[in-house]
Design a protein around this ligand. Sequence first.
Ligand SMILES: [Zn+2]
Length: 215
Amino acid sequence: MSQQLPANIPAALFNERADAIADAARELAQHGWTPATSSNFSMRVDADHAAITISGRDKGKLGRADIMLVDMQGKAVGTASRPSAETELHTQVYRRWPDVNAVLHTHSRTQSVASRLFAKDGVIKLEGWELQKAIRGHTTHEDVLDLPVFPNTQHMPELVAQVDAWIDGGKPLHAYLINGHGIYTWGRDMAEARRHLEALEFLLACELDLRRLTS
Ligand SMILES: [Zn+2]
């Protein structure tokens, strides 16, 4: 427990966020969506800070000591711990949308396979599924829900730029896949982020089944 908090962040607030992250991570790990210490999770703490998982920890066994504070550029605050390599993708979402308070990133098998299958199209067009209505702002199965698939890279600024380009293109974004890697999604609170993640996992599995059964 070497996390020092800035004077304006009460310990109770940080602990509440850390516990919410650990609880969500444990349940998502039980689904098998966070293999081999992969995946990362965060919550906004205030306008300038987020709590995020420390790099390399088993996501099924997180406690408060596995969560750390970063600023909105993704730099560690008050700790020598190292945040996830992908922290910049979390803080990008918080900077872009002030009403977003939770970001989830998992590496499920379904997400990984779907990202490979649709990478050449750069997008998965979800259409005709009732569960699309689980995504904020979608009120009918008749909408088309675009889920972009970005090329993977270990160079985070490139990924950040791809996401920025999509948003700057004026298209709505509640989630994206990274090719061969996994999904990012978010919400106004942890419950909405979880709903988005579970719905998208289900929809991707349905799309894969359709291709298996109709090819
Ligand atoms: Zn990842």
